[in-house]
Design a protein around this ligand. Structure first.
Ligand SMILES: [Zn+2]
Length: 340
């Protein structure tokens, strides 16, 4: 087991002591039956024994209608303790999550994982700020994600508020991770083991990949999409394609990323191939446009009709073209230079 797992157990003993000290406070904080009846139920779906997911209301991009809930929030249960992976976009979302885990699963959130520094994944840390402050919850992320959040979250909070409205984001403030994860670390929730795999740089500067080999269950940060145009803002096409090759090699049965994708009868989760198809098509079409003498601003020459029905195509595809164009110029130059 890794050093982190040792640290984890040490932290666990500290938390047990804290639980004694704060027992009276915690008991008062527990939801009553009336609290639970008043709660809008979360439509949890079972992923594996002890693992549940709360999916977004539709496949849409961020909007006032979905209040920024566009990626799955998942929970891993170990007895009365819970780990949340990507708590969601806002204080409101996070409070509903926290209360639902208490009411539905009779468990308390002890650990949160932020897979990468995007607002829709991490801003619901806000709902756990009191528990982080008194040591009852730890928030884990890679060093790159923590850095990315520190740099971008003030802007991304403002941007998300603009898109979904003040009411949906009321009370949301930035809470940064307080624990760091790196490749080779291990996490354990009850009997459920999670391995921290290589941190991938395709979608952001550091997407955390978590792997449970027993159930062949993969958390892939923001690296896997389907039905919604991938966001390349902090990423690189060739690094992302290489990351997908490594994810494929794990032969997962299920992937939790921007979608929940399930394989069937030896066929891998289809979102892995869907994401590769978009990125590969983007890459090939840009190199072809360069061969034809096109300029980067001629975005219409890199249309991808097969993906025009994906959410976010009009808002994001053009930006992805420009981002990928800059990345691929040296690739094209190398290719165009005759061998000596
Ligand atoms: Zn993302």
């Amino acid at each position: 087991m890794s050093g982190l797992s040792t640290g984890w157990r040490t932290a666990g003993r500290g938390l047990a002591l804290l639980a004694l000290v704060f027992g009276a406070v915690a008991a008062r904080a527990a939801p009553t039956a009336a609290d639970c009846r008043a709660l809008e139920p979360v439509p949890w779906q079972a992923v594996a024994p002890g693992v549940w997911v709360w999916l977004p209301p539709g496949a849409g991009d961020v909007s006032a209608a979905n209040a920024g809930h566009v990626v799955p929030t998942s929970v891993v249960l170990g007895g009365r303790e819970a780990m949340v992976i990507d708590p969601g976009p806002s204080q409101r979302h996070g409070l509903r999550l926290r209360r639902s885990i208490e009411c539905r699963f009779k468990a308390r959130v002890r650990w949160i994982v932020n897979t990468h520094a995007h607002s829709e994944n991490v801003l619901a840390n806000s709902a756990f700020a009191d528990l982080v402050a008194d040591g009852r919850v730890d928030i884990f992320a890679t060093a790159a994600t923590r850095e990315g959040m520190a740099q971008r979250c003030p802007d991304c909070l403002a941007s998300l508020t603009q898109r979904v409205g003040e009411a949906a984001m009321a009370g949301t403030h930035i809470v940064l991770p307080n624990r760091t994860l790196a490749e080779g670390d291990g996490l354990r929730v009850g009997a459920f083991d999670l391995r921290v795999m290589r941190v991938e740089q395709g979608h952001t500067e550091g997407d955390l990949v978590l792997w449970n080999p027993h159930h062949r269950l993969l958390w892939a940060g923001g690296l896997v999409y389907q039905g919604r145009v991938p966001e390349l803002a902090q990423g690189r096409v060739d690094d992302w394609l290489a990351a997908l090759t490594r994810l494929d090699a794990l032969k997962p049965k299920q992937v939790l990323s921007t979608v929940w994708s399930k394989g069937r009868q030896g066929v891998p989760p289809p979102a892995l191939a869907a994401t590769r198809d978009y990125l590969q098509s983007l890459r090939e079409r840009i190199l072809q446009a360069m061969d034809e003498g096109a300029q980067p601003q001629e975005i219409e020459r890199v249309n991808l009709p097969a993906f025009q029905h994906w959410e976010g195509y009009s808002a994001r595809h053009g930006f992805n073209v420009q981002r990928a164009w800059r990345e691929l110029e040296p690739v094209w130059m190398d290719r165009a230079t005759p061998a000596k």
